[in-house]
Design a protein around this ligand. Sequence first.
Ligand SMILES: C[S@@+](CC[C@H](N)C(=O)[O-])C[C@H]1O[C@@H](n2cnc3c(N)ncnc32)[C@H](O)[C@@H]1O
Length: 290
Amino acid sequence: MFEEGFGFNQTLDRGQDHEYREQVEIELLLEGMFRVYGFDFRDYAFPSLRRRIWHQVYKEQLGSISALQGRLLYDREAAERLVETLSIPVTEMFRDPTVFKAIREKVLPAIRELPAIRIWHAGCSTGEEVYSMAILLEEEGLLDRSRLYATDMNLASLKQAREGLSSLEKMKQYTTNYLQAGGKRSFSEYYKVTQEGKVEFDPRLRRYMLFSDHHLATDKSFNEFHVILCRNVMIYFNDVLRDRVHQLIYDSLAQDGILVLGSKESIHYTAVRSRYEEVDAQERIYRKVR
Ligand SMILES: C[S@@+](CC[C@H](N)C(=O)[O-])C[C@H]1O[C@@H](n2cnc3c(N)ncnc32)[C@H](O)[C@@H]1O
């Protein structure tokens, strides 16, 4: 009776369960990452988080999640390597070209009369999305009135984004994407090949960009924007964090501001859904209406 009342046996049973122990290990590791370095992955979707943490355990040639935790707590570089693994910095120029076509045709006309246009790329990774947007704005005659705020929590990605470098092998795919996105010029006008054989995007595009680190899970709103792109970022969050970040984005949008999500993301099933109307449901473009 005494033991049952305290759930003592229950706790012991759960404690013997391997999955439960593994979950505790992961939670402790995430707590350490947050308390020591401020990187907050505590509300990321669990299955992919678990997979990636194990991937890192093997990469660091360790035998357990607890061993990884031990290393992270005392080794900032190891913690940064985990951030790199968890942040999934996959991106490309004009990724999902039809969304950029829709931005050109449906979003830019609605903001063209503004004296100053503020756009936030939340989770910009290595910057390809920002450079794509700058090209669109340039071709629509809006770039010199625009400021593109590009943020990410991954410092290595941000550094690369600031440099505006890419590789020559990617240009074929990027040219195809650009044309499918309704590009009006020759894509090669926007980059030059450096002596080292790399590609450098036109530095003129960069003049209108501001790069900064910003953690969507912990940092606040820092301006009011006419357009926010947060693409392929929240798919890695659980429902709690997704709702929190949607609220942050909502608070950061001007009235009639535009939100652009990734192709597998949606405003449905979020707490802010009734505050937006669809601009292009297929392309996941929404307008803040209330
Ligand atoms: C898959 S990339 C998407 C890049 C770009 N938006 C696109 O769609 O091509 C996801 C990016 O989100 C960033 N990210 C993930 N969680 C974040 C957070 N809590 N705060 C800020 N950035 C985050 C990652 O570092 C990564 O660069």
